[in-house]
Design a protein. Structure first.
Length: 350
């Protein structure tokens, strides 16, 4: 009886794990770009520079003219003097790098890289700065051993686990209990709890964006063509016979720009549709708007995703990236003396 109960228990656990790995969440809209250095959410903005990652939370205000401790406040904007700029990663180790991925439901998702070998996939509650490590490709003992300069030897640790890929992960997202992660050219899927991991797409362009829209993933393959991967059936489909320059989510579908400037949109179950010709470079999109750079980064143009008409134009110098419109403000980065500086502009489109 005990043996039978044990077998039934194992079978139940396997069933639960399989169900967790296959469960998908509806209305998924996540986009992962090669360079995602500024992200916004309802409460503020997160951006990355050469000096670190910073957060401006509109709900955190300075209650007195006295300066805040360095560990809590990095700088205070004269224009927005009531907002506190914070660096939640101020205790990071030397050589540590944090790659921003996306924000969802008030949580920031990012990749922490320690060296050319070790990384963690993390989330952080932007209200409390509480961090959760979703996955790490090392054991604590292994990484500490490596940091002692003894990485030319092969330590044996009981809790050591080896990753399938030797390459660093550069993009990832989590949907339900499933983690999707990409290294140089391979997309993996992994159950968060069992850590079972397998490759599902192995012909990615190393610079591709990944757009997760409901049950589909859109990306560029190694030949630069637009591809669609069905997360439920595992089917791959080529959607273009021309090379893609950029793709992102926008206006209820996937926006795609060709090398010649032509802008297309792909919606689930429909053919790829040509929309217009953009005079600039598509860099980002969202539900209502998409953003383009013109004049070699001297002009940021915000387009209405439905009418395809420009609704705001921001003049700048070496504009690097842009976040979604948040609270009537457009947040963007400018490259200035080998660093990225956060800028903001009142949004004229509403």
């Amino acid at each position: 009886m005990k043996k039978r109960a044990a077998v039934c228990g194992i079978a139940f656990m396997i069933s639960v794990c399989l169900l967790c790995g296959c469960r998908q969440t509806g209305n998924v809209k996540i986009q992962l770009s090669t360079l995602q250095d500024v992200l916004s959410w309802d409460g503020g903005v997160v951006w990355s520079t050469e000096k670190g990652v910073f957060v401006k939370d509109k709900k955190r205000v300075v209650s007195s003219p006295e300066p805040m401790p360095p560990s809590e406040t990095m700088s205070v904007s004269a224009a927005l003097e009531k907002c506190i700029f914070q660096d939640p990663f101020y205790e990071k180790e030397e050589g540590e790098e944090n790659l921003l991925q996306y924000i969802e439901d008030g949580c920031l998702y990012y990749i922490r890289i320690f060296s050319s070998r070790y990384y963690e996939l993390c989330s952080m509650d932007l209200g409390t700065f509480e961090e959760t490590v979703l996955y790490a490709n090392y054991s604590e003992a292994e990484r500490k051993y490596d940091y002692l300069g003894l990485n030319d030897k092969t330590p044996l640790f009981k809790d050591e686990r080896r990753d399938v890929s030797e390459a660093l992960v550069r993009k990832f997202c989590i949907i339900g209990d499933t983690i999707y992660m990409m290294d140089e050219e391979v997309l993996y899927v992994m159950n968060r709890w069992t850590k079972y991991k397998k490759a599902v797409v192995d012909d990615l362009d190393s610079d591709t964006e990944l757009v997760f829209m409901d049950s589909k993933i859109y990306y560029k393959n190694a030949d630069g063509l637009l591809m669609e991967y069905d997360r439920e059936s595992g089917e791959k489909k080529c959607l273009s016979d021309w090379m893609v320059q950029k793709l992102c989510y926008g206006g209820g579908g996937v926006l795609i720009q060709r090398m010649n400037g032509d802008l297309y949109r792909c919606c689930a179950g429909q053919e790829v549709e040509k929309l217009t010709v953009l005079p600039g470079q598509l860099i980002q999109g969202e539900e209502k708007y998409f953003y383009c750079l013109e004049g070699s980064g001297s002009k940021l143009v915000v387009y209405d995703a439905e009418t395809l008409q420009p609704v705001d134009v921001i003049e700048g110098d070496n504009i690097w990236g842009v976040a979604e419109v948040s609270g009537g403000v457009v947040y963007y980065l400018e490259a200035e003396e080998e660093s990225l500086v956060l800028r903001e502009s009142d949004f004229l489109g509403e």
